[in-house]
Structures are given as structure tokens and as C-alpha cells.
Design a protein around this ligand. Structure first.
Ligand SMILES: NC(=O)c1ccc[n+]([C@@H]2O[C@H](COP(=O)([O-])OP(=O)(O)OC[C@H]3O[C@@H](n4cnc5c(N)ncnc54)[C@H](O)[C@@H]3O)[C@@H](O)[C@H]2O)c1
Length: 282
């Protein structure tokens, strides 16, 4: 199906990034936030990032202005009614997402695809809150959405092939590199990354290594582009712990559970870059 208008619900870290990618790729985009202030703040962040892109020569000032002209923000869900595809990027809570999908199913044109950007929840359970689970898919973007090319297109048992194909082709039109996968906990990347990062944190204590040396071990020894401690600081300790708990609950494997050190960091507010300190200071 041809996509011309896109909706993004939730303009936080991920939603604002996804909206930015959409307007840069030429799609009329309506972003929905819970308050006009949050919508405005998201627009300001997008303006800022596109401005930096102009400074760095990645786009022209005219392209920036044209992209921003394609972005509309609203607090009214009904304004997403005419969208061909809606990406949901609200808080990672099943009840909130199920309630939203129930509403989206009622207000958005029946031909449209409804996609969730959930990292660790079941797309099947979110889709089950609608009358039309065949049009619900996962579109899992990575942070920062304007930079990382991967999008996991998540298939539930109920999803229609046409909806999955639409989401896949749309991701390609955004300039992304989509892959297809089933609706299993953590999908592909987080299923691998979360226990791997947990192991890295456990090694800190088991092997008496400093965060600096652990990061050097993996950047200098395995050619990782970023060390595990710097990566957790970037993801956010809170986001990582939340995802690890969800995977642990879903799979019951000990390695999935967040290591004690991360739980303590969360309790003391050491969340990584967003709080100014995590494994490192910012
Ligand atoms: N942060 C990441 O690294 C990352 C990566 C991939 C996927 N995700 C997933 O993306 C989703 C969003 O994560 P985030 O980090 O951007 O969260 P965030 O807290 O930065 O943003 C969520 C936004 O949604 C808004 N919101 C809440 N309920 C809403 C509603 N009913 N309608 C409209 N807006 C609403 C909030 O005001 C907030 O601005 C989550 O499902 C998360 O698991 C996050």
C-alpha cells in the first residue's frame, strides 16, 4: 500500500527521532503528544537536530525548512485519522499501549497499518487490544532513530502479509535497513544484546576490572565501536534494567535478569548520560 501520511504517537526520545526521519524522507507527519508543551518541545529538538545537519553539510537550509513544513503536532488522536501508517512510541507499559491501540483502531482509517516501537513487550498482546489485529505489526527502531539504520519488522500470528510488507517497504523508503522477525521476547537484537551487556557488567565485579578497562577490552580486543559501559550509559540504566526485567520475566533465564550493580545504579539515580553520570561522568 502507498504511504503518504504518517502518524507518530509519543514524541519522546524515539518518537521525535522517528518523526524526524519521516519528514526528512518526504512524508507528511502528524505527531501526537499528551500536551501542547511536549509537542512543541519535540518540534524544537527536531529543529535543533536538523539545524546541526545543515551546519555539518548533511542537508541544505531549504531542505530543513521543507522537512519542518511537513511536521504537524497535536494532542488530538483523531487528527491521525487520515494517516496510512501510525508508529506508536509512548511509554513502555503494556496497559498504556493496549489502551492506545484500542483507540487508534477506532479513529484511524481501516486501511492503515498500526505499528508499535516496543522494545520488550509482546506485539501480539498489544494487537489483541484492537478489533483488527491483522493490521498491527512491530516496527522496532534503534536509538538514535535518525542515525541507526536497523528496523525490526515484527510479525505476530495474526498480522496480515500486506501490513508486514507495507511496514517493510515504508522502512526502506525511510532509508532504513529492515529485517523481518517473529514476535519473540527481545526480537533479534535485544535478545542478544541484553544478556551480553548483563554479562559485561557481571565481569566488572567478577574480574575486578574498571569500567574504562572493560570498555578498552571490548573496543580494542573485539573492535566494538563503543564499550559496553559507555553503551549502557547511552541507552540509560533505567531503560536497560526495565528491558532486562521484561526479558527475564518472559524467558526465565538467569542471565537476562539485571545485575545487582545496575539495580543499585538505578536506585541511586546513576542513569547514564541523561542524568549526567552513570559508569562515566558527562
Ligand atoms: N529509548 C530507547 O533506546 C528505545 C529504543 C527502541 C525502542 N524504544 C521504545 O520506544 C518507546 C518509547 O521510548 P522512549 O525512550 O522514546 O520514551 P520517552 O519516555 O522518551 O517518550 C515517551 C513519550 O510518550 C509520551 N506519551 C505517553 N503516553 C502518550 C499517549 N497516550 N499519547 C501520546 N504521547 C504519549 C510521553 O509524554 C513521552 O514524551 C518505548 O516503547 C520503548 O521501549 C526505546
Amino acid at each position: 500500500m502507498e504511504i503518504s501520511k504518517v502518524g507518530v504517537v509519543g514524541l519522546g526520545t524515539m518518537g521525535a527521532g522517528i518523526a524526524q526521519v519521516c519528514i526528512q524522507a518526504g512524508f507528511e507527519t502528524v505527531g501526537r503528544e499528551v500536551s501542547a508543551e511536549l509537542g512543541k518541545a519535540a518540534r524544537t529538538r527536531i529543529e535543533h537536530y536538523l539545524g546541526r545537519g545543515v551546519e555539518k553539510g548533511r542537508l541544505t537550509a531549504a531542505e530543513r525548512a521543507a522537512a519542518l513544513g511537513r511536521l504537524e503536532t497535536t494532542t488530538e488522536l483523531s487528527e491521525l485519522g487520515g494517516c496510512d501508517l501510525v508508529v506508536e512510541a509512548i511509554v513502555e507499559e503494556l496497559d498504556a499501549k493496549r489502551e492506545l491501540f484500542g483507540e487508534l483502531d477506532r479513529v484511524v482509517d481501516p486501511h492503515a497499518v498500526l505499528a508499535t516501537n516496543t522494545s520488550a513487550l509482546s506485539v501480539t498482546e498489544i494487537a489483541a487490544a484492537t478489533e483488527h489485529p491483522e493490521r498491527v505489526v512491530g516496527m522496532h527502531f534503534f536509538n538514535p532513530a535518525p542515525v541507526l539504520p536497523l528496523v525490526e519488522i515484527v510479525r505476530t500470528e495474526a498480522a496480515a502479509e500486506e501490513a508486514l510488507d507495507t511496514a517493510y517497504v515504508f522502512a526502506e523508503r525511510l532509508g532504513k535497513r529492515p529485517i523481518r522477525c517473529a514476535d519473540t521476547p527481545g526480537f533479534v537484537v535485544n535478545r542478544i544484546l541484553i544478556p551480553l551487556l548483563n554479562d559485561c557488567v557481571r565481569v566488572l565485579d567478577e574480574a575486578g576490572v574498571t569500567p574504562e578497562d572493560l570498555d578498552t577490552a571490548l573496543t580494542a580486543g573485539l573492535n566494538w565501536p563503543i564499550g559496553p559501559c559507555a553503551l549502557i550509559d547511552l541507552i540509560g540504566v533505567d531503560v536497560h534494567v526495565h528491558a532486562a526485567e521484561a526479558l527475564h520475566a518472559a524467558l526465565g533465564e538467569k542471565r537476562m535478569a539485571p545485575p545487582r550493580r545496575l539495580v543499585e545504579m538505578l536506585a541511586t539515580g546513576l542513569l547514564g548520560r541523561k542524568s549526567g553520570a552513570g559508569f562515566f561522568r558527562y
